[in-house]
Design a protein around this ligand. Structure first.
Ligand code: ADP
Length: 250
């Protein structure tokens, strides 16, 4: 029997003034899966993530989220509603508060609302504190908790933002090129972090760095000109002639 999908995208089409950036794109995610979405520049990968998280509205097709609260058709839901339902999106540029410490950034993320932060700080329960400590350990920033976030390295800023997202308990995390601009060491640590995250959550990663993708025994979805070109293991994808032609330039 086919296992349950946590996310089911069926024939999703996104149009910008008549230009179809995503065309009848279908994709199913199993719970706990780490899925890579790859393809040449302009293939429609970012737009596909935008369609899932509600940043753009598809003109055709559907996106169904089957999380803890049951099946929800999120195709035409608002972005903040989709986030609240449990689909978190991280963009390429981190949106952290540079003037605040690492720990304060996590406190804000936990409150999900800047205006209640002060109140929350006063009433932070021991359990909340433990959650923040656990998240700091996961993202490898326990020793930098009192440092101003603006002083972190590029990689550390990305991890902080991932930690902030995790505190909002998403069931699905959508990451757009998380290792772009990272050093080799940071890239390696990000790989380890992703392996930890998928123990409890489902993750979709848009990625350019093929060396990075090869480190995982994950399913890969290849897009080209807005469409699904191929889906399979990295080996299967690389053996495909069409993929070699459009993506690997052979
Ligand atoms: P990828 O992430 O695979 O590089 P994108 O999803 O960013 O591709 O873009 C797919 C296509 O859609 C590109 O041709 C891009 O120029 C176009 N596009 C993306 N966003 C917009 C937009 N807001 N308005 C018009 N065209 C867009």
């Amino acid at each position: 029997m086919k296992s349950r999908s946590i996310l089911s995208c069926q024939k999703v089409t996104v149009s910008f003034d008549g230009f179809r950036a995503v065309q009848e794109m279908s994709m199913e995610l199993a719970p706990g899966e780490l899925r890579f979405l790859i393809g040449p520049n302009g293939a429609g990968k970012t737009t596909m993530l935008d369609a899932i998280c509600g940043k753009v509205k598809p003109v055709g097709g559907s996106v169904e989220f089957n999380g803890r609260r049951g099946k929800v058709d999120v195709t035409r839901r608002k972005e903040h509603e989709i986030a609240q339902l449990g689909i978190g999106r991280k963009f390429q540029t981190p949106s952290i508060f540079s003037g605040l410490t690492v720990e304060e950034n996590l406190e804000i993320a936990m409150s999900q609302n800047r205006s209640v932060w002060a109140a929350l700080r006063a009433s932070m329960k021991p359990r909340d504190r433990e959650r923040i400590d656990a998240e700091l350990a996961l993202i490898g920033l326990s020793h930098k908790r009192q440092l101003r976030a603006g002083l972190l390295s590029h990689g550390e800023k990305q991890w902080l933002e991932i930690g902030m997202m995790l505190l909002q308990e998403p069931e699905i995390l959508l990451l757009d090129e998380p290792v772009a601009g990272m050093t080799d060491k940071e890239t390696e640590k990000t790989g380890e972090l992703l392996q930890e995250i998928v123990r409890k959550r489902t993750v979709v990663v848009v990625e350019h760095d093929m060396e990075f993708v090869r480190n995982f025994a994950s399913k890969v979805t290849v897009m080209h000109e807005g469409k699904l070109l191929k889906e399979g293991t990295m080996d299967e994808v690389q053996r495909d002639d069409r993929v070699a032609e459009v993506y690997l330039g052979r």
